[in-house]
Design a protein around this ligand. Structure first.
Ligand SMILES: Cc1ncc(COP(=O)(O)O)c(C=O)c1O
Length: 455
């Protein structure tokens, strides 16, 4: 039944054990290893709908979970051919699940479709995706140019960990200063330009086409963290070479799973799985097949979720700004990269599901969050993002606390910056009234001078 259904849709049927026939054109199968490239990529939702649909072993609408660490072969010779690289997942030959696993590969196909890359593979966390791809692309003695404004963990990886363990150094730059970026890249020595499409936590938007063009002129590979803006931005379609994700955030949507992905050329993904030199194969940040299955069931409604995160963030940002709060949101006309974002974003998904309110001091930020959680029940004080409830944290003392005072100042992280990942549970007006209630209570306490930035 599964074979019939697969054939009806023009997809190769799943392999049956012992059925290693040569009826499929190997080249055609190879092209289907990661995604369904037959359809021109225009939009992430359209690409996801066109990606190969994997059916279950018994014809189930959902694929079966390949919950096996290891895989059998029919003839001893096959094992040697698999280890030599002659037979691989492109022909449905699997060795061991730290290497490729069919269920994880299916999620990789979805991620490749989402980002419009040739290939993708998933990892056990966003940090493992980032560290593995950097260690694959950059060797000892070589150099990275990175944005000054990055998630604190990535900043620490580049500042402290990679120089110590791998002699890989990083120059941090303001990615909005093109001259500075160009001057920092040294032909031959700089291997990667790394930045976040929408920066954590400041919500600056990078000029992906221009930065990619400049990097390519110097032979530098562009790696973009798109964790904050899946569906909204598609960095690889704008010129980047590699896109990394913390799937733990919007893509998962449940705040229950830690996961990541590397999306890029098939040659990169294959090199990361190389038995002798591959960072994924040898460092082993493997994704469990059961986790991959769960996540692959959530990706089809990512677009719907993003639309709601983004439209509510836009409403709250607009209203809070009207009240005189210092709001940072890329959808607002006064955001420095509002026009740039309009020129790069995919239509229909909005301007991102995060906004920031600068309360100027940590004391005011803490009071604000405390009221929002414990007085008006608007959201939760918690790090992370992309959950259906609103999550808020004071970035300087939490997710960016790895950075020292000077680094935070250069990155534009004020001590009172409250980052909010806007949820979609409840009605918009119900949640807005909770936000207003907390703001009014805070305003009543005049000693904190909440609305002193009226504009
Ligand atoms: C932008 C960004 N990239 C990467 C990561 C790391 O992801 P993970 O927690 O899945 O390892 C985070 C985590 O907060 C993040 O915000």
């Amino acid at each position: 039944m599964a074979e019939l259904k697969n054939r009806d849709l023009g997809f190769p049927a799943g392999k049956k054990r012992g059925g290693h026939d040569d009826q499929y054109d190997v080249v055609a199968k190879k092209s289907m290893l990661y995604s369904s490239p037959a359809v021109a990529w225009e939009d992430p939702a359209a690409a996801l709908a066109s990606a190969r649909h994997e059916f279950g072993e018994h014809g189930g609408v959902n694929m079966s979970i390949e919950a096996s660490a290891t895989f059998t072969v029919m003839e001893p010779e096959t094992m040697r051919r698999m280890f030599s690289g002659e037979l691989g997942p492109d022909r449905d030959f699997f060795i061991y699940s730290r290497h490729f696993n069919p269920t994880v590969l299916n999620l990789g196909r979805q991620m490749a479709a989402l980002e419009g890359t040739e290939a993708a593979y998933c990892t056990s966390s966003g940090m493992s995706a980032i560290s593995s791809v950097l260690m694959q692309l950059v060797s000892s003695g070589e150099h990275i140019v990175a944005s000054r404004t990055l998630y604190g963990g990535t900043h620490a990886l580049l500042t402290h960990f990679l120089p110590r363990v791998a002699n890989i150094t990083t120059t941090f730059v303001d990615v909005h200063d093109m001259e500075m970026v160009r001057n920092a890249m040294e032909v031959g020595k700089t291997k990667v330009l790394y930045f976040e499409s929408m920066s954590n936590p400041t919500l600056n938007v990078a000029n992906i086409p221009e930065l990619s063009r400049m990097a390519h002129e110097k032979g530098v590979t562009v790696v973009v963290d798109n964790t904050f803006s899946p569906m909204v931005l598609s960095p690889a379609r704008l010129g980047a070479d590699v896109v990394v994700h913390s799937i733990s955030k919007f893509i998962s949507g449940g705040a229950d799973v830690i996961a990541g992905a590397v999306c890029g050329p098939a040659s990169l993904v294959n090199s990361m799985m190389d038995l002798h030199q591959g960072s994924l194969m040898l460092l082993g940040p493997t994704m469990n097949a059961k986790v991959a299955f769960e996540l692959s069931e959530r990706i089809p409604h990512l677009g719907l979720r993003m639309k709601e995160h983004c439209s509510r963030a836009m409403v709250y940002a607009t209203r809070m700004k009207k009240m005189g709060l210092k709001v940072v949101y890329p959808g607002l006309e006064d955001h420095p990269q509002n026009k740039l974002l309009k020129s790069m974003k995919n239509k229909d998904y909005g301007y991102g599901g995060l906004l920031c309110v600068d309360m100027e001091t940590e004391e005011k930020a803490n009071r604000f969050m405390n009221l929002l959680q414990n007085y008006s029940q608007f959201g939760f004080m918690a790090v992370s993002l992309g959950y259906y409830e609103t999550l808020m944290s004071c970035s300087g003392s939490s997710t960016s606390s790895e950075m020292n005072a000077e680094e935070k100042q250069l990155a534009g992280i004020s001590p009172g910056l409250v980052r909010m990942s806007v949820g979609y549970i409840g009605t918009l007006e119900q949640r807005w009234s909770q936000l207003e209630k907390a703001l009014n209570r805070m305003q009543a306490d005049s000693s904190l001078g909440l609305f002193n930035n009226k504009n």
